[in-house]
Design a protein around this ligand. Sequence first.
Ligand code: 0O2
Length: 279
Amino acid sequence: MANEIDYSRITGAEQLYERMSYLNLGNGSQTEVEKVLRLTNQIKPFYNLMMKYDCALAEVRTKLEVFNKELSLRNNRNPFESIKSRIKTPVSIYDKLTKKGYEFTVKNIEEQLSDIAGIRAICSFEDDIYMLADCFKKQDDIVVLQEKDYIANPKESGYRSLHLIVQVPIFLTEEKYYMKVEVQFRTIAMDFWATLEHKMKYKKDIENASTITEDLKFSADLINQLDRRMQQIRQKIDASDYKETWLKNTTEEIEAQNATKVIISDEIEKHSKKKNVKD
Ligand code: 0O2
């Protein structure tokens, strides 16, 4: 976290100020955010909310893994290279809420943020992204709240990914809740780029920052071209696979027909011999 926590933004701040002398306040940290939660009596509701987000992640992950199983059997390749998920850390939640101008409360976390639960589905090819996102959106227990297509409309930085903000139901012992999950679909190349760019974004006092930003933009274009090339190559390979399979099937069919013909003529011969013997 970049700055010290601004305690005036926190609900229950007055009681907090009274007790501040007991705190060893340095730069914001996980421990410090937890202290804030404890002092504002939000620790239980906060972790209860995080548990619900975790359950929502499990639901979405299962849905994507089901696609992976079905399509890998059908097409002989996994549509997903990997699926990663994470719950935003209390410190990042604090930072994001503060940046947006909201108090650090459990209510605001739930209402104002949509990426507490995040899942990243990494695909090999761009066309798989749209196909999988469509299949996911069509599921009848998914409510799509927002779709941001940074592949068709990349960000100024060069960032590309398809983002869906969805609501997914989770079933606890007593109640059903709809929880928000951000699903990011990316190719391997897009993910490679975003990971490096993310590192640079969060690194302070970086030398030659503007040159690196330019380099990153240039690399984003290269990666875009590479993704398209790889997709074209895969389509050609798929087309030739299809031809080979077709030829193989035809040869197999001819062999099977020939074998059947032999069996039938053997049968005819056997029966006519028997008939001749009787006559
Ligand atoms: P982290 O550490 O990944 O959680 P909104 O949520 O709509 O109020 P926001 O957060 O700007 O506004 O939404 P957006 O643009 O959809 O971005 C959400 C997430 O996408 C970010 O989360 C990043 O994970 C990723 N992202 C968006 N833009 C960029 C970018 O330019 N570069 C990289 N590397 N990632 C990006 P967080 O919370 O910023 O970070």
